[in-house]
Design a protein around this ligand. Structure first.
Ligand SMILES: [Zn+2]
Length: 417
């Protein structure tokens, strides 16, 4: 990290971690271990490791002298004990082709035109169902709207920490297929979805998250198709928000489904693996921030300047800086470990902490805002950034100011080595 930042040897490790945006090694290791466990948990139910996981889950709190790694992880991190989806290597053999016709037009306008034409010629032998998934107020819901009977099916999925809108799009298609049981006399059934990803997943199921629901869709399709051999089922992509009335209606109903769990029965789907991974990463970040806040013994200077609202750390800030030499200067000033007398005196390199100008110690604050030797350079800096922003934390932390601060540093020639 010293090499990345070009900061002084004495800089606190915690400060360098914040400046580089790299979490402490033990947090990174912990995150990796938890993600690996999640991967194991979502393996096929026939995989031999499932037995070990089940055993560890049972014995994790038992008083035994030698705890296994799995037991330890499951005991220390309760969120790892929750249910999670299973991902099989395949749900359909490679030579499989869908029972339904899948249609994805190449452009949005083509898709809309096709939709409008087919709907103009619709009659009682056809059934049209619009589907949509929605995330609103951190909850996920799905709906299928049948434009012939004006009936709607809803499904509440749960919080967005466990499911996502894409899952809802698939669930909505499933709802639509179940509705087909009410249309035994129909010859053509068209199911519209505005999610290309969902339509493609039904066409080419792979080893992927949300696999269980795709499997259910394919099985439902096969059941309907076996029973109603005269019915042709199509799953068609249409663009979202293209003023297609049925689609707009499905959108509204999906939002209702997301906000009102009482509209539908509970579902059986286990939370997604991707959602668990997201949770693990967010928790690690939170843990890191908590340590940074609580450990106040080191990196006082950086702690002080990173408090403000406009102040950024890590890559967000350093990406604004063109070259490494300049980035190093900023890192040195931000951590207070730099070529100014106050620091040099503290570590026994200079006899005095005082500035050559004779007015006070040469601190980062003095250098940037007070020193009389750099009045001219400071006048220019003030003109660029504005008087109100002449504060240490803004000058060293606001990505918009950094450029001007660097010009000042260059003009003063104080930090050149
Ligand atoms: Zn001075």
């Amino acid at each position: 990290m010293k090499a990345i930042l070009g900061c002084y040897r004495t800089t606190a490790t915690a400060a360098m971690e914040v400046e580089t945006g790299l979490p402490p090694p033990w947090i990174r290791l912990q995150t990796k271990a938890l993600l690996a466990t999640t991967r194991m948990q979502s393996l096929s139910t026939r995989h031999p490791i499932q037995e070990w996981l089940a055993n560890a889950l049972r014995t994790r709190t038992a008083v035994i002298s030698h705890q296994s790694n799995l037991e330890n992880i499951l005991q220390q991190f309760p969120h790892m004990c929750g249910r999670i989806e299973t991902i099989e290597t395949h749900i359909r053999p490679p030579w499989w082709t869908p029972t339904v016709k899948i249609k994805i037009e190449t452009t949005k306008s083509n898709a809309k035109d096709q939709h409008d034409i087919t709907q103009m010629h619709s009659d009682t032998t056809m059934v049209t169902i619009y589907t949509d998934g929605s995330g609103i107020e951190n909850t996920i819901g799905a709906a299928a709207y049948n434009s012939a009977t004006k009936s709607v099916s809803h499904q509440y999925l749960g919080s967005e920490t466990q499911f996502n809108v894409y899952t809802a799009e698939l669930t909505a298609v499933h709802l639509a297929i179940k509705q087909l049981w009410n249309h035994c006399e129909c010859l053509i059934a068209r199911i519209y979805s505005d999610s290309q990803a969902a339509v493609r997943a039904i066409d080419h199921p792979q080893r992927q998250s949300r696999q269980t629901i795709i499997k259910d869709i394919l099985e439902s399709i096969d059941e309907v198709a076996n029973e109603y051999t005269h019915m042709r089922i199509e799953i068609v992509w249409i663009p979202g928000h293209a003023a297609i009335e049925g689609n707009e209606r499905a959108d509204i109903e999906a939002k209702k489904a997301a906000t009102d769990p009482t509209l539908s029965q509970p579902h059986k789907y286990k939370p997604l693996k991707s959602a668990r991974a997201r949770y693990i990463k967010a928790a690690a970040k939170e843990q890191w921030q908590a340590i940074w806040r609580e450990n106040t013994k080191t990196a006082a200077a950086l702690r002080r300047i990173t408090k403000g609202k406009y102040v950024k750390t890590g890559p967000t800030l350093y990406n604004e800086i063109a070259n490494r030499n300049a980035a190093a200067k900023i890192a040195q000033l931000r951590t207070g470990h730099c070529g100014l007398n106050q620091y040099l005196h503290r570590f026994g390199i200079q006899n005095t902490p005082y500035c050559k100008c004779g007015y006070g110690k040469e601190t980062v604050h003095h250098y940037l805002l007070e020193c009389r030797n750099y009045r001219e350079q400071r006048k220019k800096l003030r003109k660029e950034v504005g008087t109100g922003k002449m504060r240490v934390e803004r000058l060293l932390g606001d990505p918009k100011m950094i450029k001007h601060t660097l010009e000042y540093i260059k003009a003063t020639d104080r930090l050149e080595t």
